[in-house]
Design a protein around this ligand. Structure first.
Ligand SMILES: Cc1cc2nc3c(=O)[nH]c(=O)nc-3n(C[C@H](O)[C@H](O)[C@H](O)COP(=O)(O)O)c2cc1C
Length: 136
């Protein structure tokens, strides 16, 4: 199955920038819908911005991007990356929460989330989800 991955940055609107409840509601809907659609990915909220990676079949990624563009909890959705890929970076999660850990902040290195190249955006989100995994 050909795989596609989109990574975007957007500006959170109002309480979506800080509210844990809003984040929980987004992750709840993501878990349900992404499982249904075979999508996986990671979502980070930092400094009033969202960054999200979404991976799956292109048609499913595009359909979600259309829903996202219409969601009033954020605005100015700008794609950093939108390409076919060889494999998933987040195979285990319908949508995991990525946190700005010290290691992730080192990848960011003072840049804005929306200034990252596709490669660095992928590295940032991968690094930012590693804190969740306890080595066996
Ligand atoms: C930053 C952000 C990320 C989101 N990520 C997802 C996602 O990964 N999957 C999803 O289905 N909805 C996501 N949503 C919610 C969608 O915009 C939309 O509200 C939802 O898909 C509608 O689903 P429902 O009809 O089941 O409520 C996100 C919303 C925001 C603001």
């Amino acid at each position: 199955m050909p795989l596609h991955r989109a990574i975007y940055v957007s500006d959170a609107v109002g309480e979506a920038a800080t509210s844990l409840l809003v984040l929980a509601e987004i992750l709840g809907a993501s878990e349900r819908n992404n499982r249904r659609d075979g999508l996986t990915g990671a979502l980070m909220r930092h400094g009033g911005r969202f960054m999200q990676a979404i991976e799956g079949r292109r048609a499913d990624v595009d359909r979600l991007m259309d829903r996202l563009r219409a969601d009033p909890r954020h605005q100015n959705v700008r794609l950093l990356s939108d390409q076919d890929v060889a494999g998933r970076l987040f195979p285990e999660w319908p949508m995991t929460l990525a946190q700005m850990t010290p290691a992730a902040a080192r990848v960011l290195n003072g840049a804005g989330l929306d200034q990252l190249s596709p490669d660095r955006a992928e590295t940032l989100l991968s690094t930012a989800t590693q804190a969740l995994t306890v080595p066996a």
